[in-house]
Design a protein around this ligand. Sequence first.
Ligand code: AKB
Length: 331
Amino acid sequence: MSDRILIIGASGQVGSELVTSLRKIYGETNVIASDIYPVNSKLRAHSTVIYSKKMNKRGPYIELDALDKNKIYHIIKSYKINQVYLLAAMLSAKSEKNVELAWRLNTLSLSNILLLSKEKHIKKLFWPSSIAVFGHTTPKKMTPQYTIMEPNTVYGISKLAGERWCEYYFNKFNVDVRSLRYPGLIGWKSAPGGGTTDYAVNIFHQAIKTGKYQSFLSENTSLPMMYMPDAIRATIELMEAPVEQVKIRSSYNLAGINFTPKQIAAEVSKHIPNFEMSYKPDFRQEIANSWPQSINDSFAQKDWGWELKYNLEKMTTDMIINLKKQYKITA
Ligand code: AKB
């Protein structure tokens, strides 16, 4: 039987791109997109559980609350799901404003799926962690895989707890759970959803639409980032890697590109010469200050052959070409 995949949180920044890539590999009807929202025109949403090629030219979509364990169980059984990508989460900045809900969503959704995996209802699970698992006491440059981890945001704490849970379930119950510590992710196909690194997406939209942008992080704040095609490829490569190559079951460091708001503004200016950047740091500055400036991902390279393709220059060019098309700007 071919693999049948459920994506929970499919309407988000990663989910919407991952669904398309996985459908190309596994076939339209073998990748079931789900999210709490009833309608997602891009993923061909429908408010009831559906599984009909005729009704869903772009593949099936189910309305699903990531905390609804019974419904997840029911979907796994009725659609014969054997892989789950659990992407539903509240990101760093939004979590600071919704502490209890963020903790509940980010931790309980994972423990529910780990339980279903332990009971052998699925065979493989992907769950993303983040550079937010690191904190002020972590070495900031080339942050190693194994190091001090004392996050001080609710998002970071929930991701670190999740990592420990994943490793525990692998060691105790042989659950095949795989994870990446995503850096800030930048893509043109979807909007970011409440993170500290969102400025690096917003800058492109504002530069193209208005020629200016006010950054909520200060000009010299360096953070690890990654272009979405690399992040999607890393996710799928990790999930497709032979089981014995996946040696880390907490979460793999993933390096990406490091830059500051000032550096990305300079790159954008090469394409939009009159672009104006200004800076007005807000509460997200404090979160960014606690995160690494660059990451060492040698374990991902060594264990399953990870290799980055996009640097800042290549990413900026690609973002601007695609967003101009999206906004129907010809010049
Ligand atoms: C955020 O800024 O919260 C996320 C992340 C780094 O996990 N993009």
